[in-house]
Design a protein around this ligand. Structure first.
Ligand SMILES: NC(=O)c1ccc[n+]([C@@H]2O[C@H](COP(=O)([O-])OP(=O)(O)OC[C@H]3O[C@@H](n4cnc5c(N)ncnc54)[C@H](O)[C@@H]3O)[C@@H](O)[C@H]2O)c1
Length: 398
């Protein structure tokens, strides 16, 4: 199996959509012979055009020279021929549609066609990587490499391990990500949503419950998190942007079939159901938490969040972060790096906990949970042992 970064010369990417094309562009620019494969000719043509555009931008921005970009173009091919794309690959990353069955078929095909020493990775946002590994005869050589959008610009990549993959394969994956000029963080256990999206969930969820309970308004919370705390977007603005309402409602119950550690076990806030039933999926539907008929950006007054205690939003996120550390999913540093580079947050949740004190976080979490009648939801907000320990001993995370 490939265990040394120096053994990797050739990269293949399966799926030429938004992510696959960007990953291919990064790999070729970093010096790898790269093939991007898709079943759809039109997607490949679009991908080629978009990569040309982004390479031109890279030169304009001074991030690469014209010669470097020309050399990358020569190293990058777009093809519908799966066998040609992966036949010589040392590292393959799959970035096809987010459907477990489609990905399992692709992994079985990769296992048959890619060289037997090749590492096979997936860009899934949260599907079961352990099952993907098990659909091959080389489960030890399967990992997740979860990129952020757009790959050319976003610095973070999560490297996700399964119980089948040894440390050495994760190390090689991280070394490769570094050679691409990106920053890897390690998700040591295959859990739903991995590190960054795991933090994003309470960022959307806890504020939705606060609005549902009538404690704050949508604009108050968005304004507070954006302008007082310095997040790039408030939780509702972000959910409208990413389609979070639809993703959460349609994904409710997924945990019933997920036997991975830390599988979710909570219900979606009724506020999301109400919006979903009205077809208010977010920006792409012209309405979500906000209306988008006449303007692109929601109007969020800078001073609307003055009365919001932002620690109420932070506390469940800190708790989720501490749970990941407690369960040895990720280090304190990797959790915070994920939040800063993956979410563009002003600081990581565990840095925040150290800044305000774990005891203050615990107190706020308990207060919020006590206002919540829904017992199911209460369970998610129960403080984890590590947070309680930090609060009691006065120890910090760093
Ligand atoms: N878009 C994001 O912001 C984002 C971020 C991180 C991870 N991801 C993940 O990356 C993956 C790709 O997402 P995307 O947004 O690029 O999707 P996309 O819909 O833009 O592209 C998916 C591509 O896969 C192709 N495809 C489908 N079946 C295929 C097959 N059998 N073989 C080859 N190609 C096939 C489709 O033709 C399409 O071009 C998903 O798993 C997604 O969850 C997406």
């Amino acid at each position: 199996m490939v265990v040394d970064i120096d053994d990797i010369d050739t990269v293949a990417v399966i799926g030429a959509g938004e992510m696959g094309r960007g990953i291919g562009a990064v790999a070729a620019l970093a010096g790898y012979e790269t093939a991007v494969n898709d079943i759809d000719e039109d997607q490949l043509a679009d991908a080629r055009e978009q990569v040309e555009w982004s390479y031109d931008k890279t030169v304009e921005n001074g991030a690469a020279t014209r010669e470097e970009v020309e050399a990358a173009r020569d190293r990058l091919t777009f093809t519908t021929d799966f066998d040609a794309a992966v036949g010589d690959a040392d590292f393959v990353t799959e970035a096809a549609v987010e459907q477990q069955a489609v990905k399992e078929d692709i992994f079985a095909d990769l296992d048959e066609t890619a060289p037997e020493e090749a590492i096979l990775a997936t860009n899934t946002s949260g599907l079961n990587i352990t099952q993907l590994a098990e659909s091959t005869d080389r489960p030890a050589q399967v990992i997740g490499t979860h990129w952020f959008n757009p790959p050319m610009l976003m610095e973070l990549v999560e490297v996700i391990m399964t119980e089948h993959a040894p440390e050495s394969v994760g190390d090689t994956g991280e070394a490769l990500i570094e050679s691409f000029g990106k920053t890897p963080i390690r998700c040591k256990i295959d859990i739903p949503s991995f590190i960054v999206n795991r933090l994003m969930r309470p960022y959307g969820e806890a504020p939705a419950w606060m609005v549902y309970r009538g404690e704050y308004s949508i604009t108050e919370l968005d304004s507070a998190m954006k302008y007082k705390e310095g997040f790039p977007m408030g939780p509702f603005e972000l959910a409208d942007y990413t389609g979070g309402i639809q993703i959460r409602v349609e994904g409710e119950g997924d945990h019933l079939e997920d036997d991975r550690p830390m599988a979710y076990d909570t219900e979606v806030c009724p506020l999301l159901h109400q919006l979903y039933e009205k077809g208010r999926y977010g920006r792409k539907a012209d309405a979500g938490y906000y209306e988008y008929d006449e303007r692109d950006e929601p109007q969020i007054p800078v001073d609307a969040g003055q009365g919001v205690d932002t620690l109420e939003v932070w506390a469940p996120i800190v708790n989720e972060a501490a749970k990941m550390v407690q369960n040895d999913v990720a280090t304190v540093e990797d959790v915070d790096t994920g939040a800063r580079l993956g979410g563009n947050w002003p600081m990581g949740p565990l840095e925040k906990a150290d800044e305000v004190g774990a005891d203050a976080v615990l107190q706020t979490l308990t207060d919020v949970a006590s206002r919540q009648n829904d017992t199911n939801k209460l369970a998610e907000n129960l403080p984890c042992d590590l947070l309680v320990e930090k609060a009691t001993t006065g120890e910090t995370f760093y």
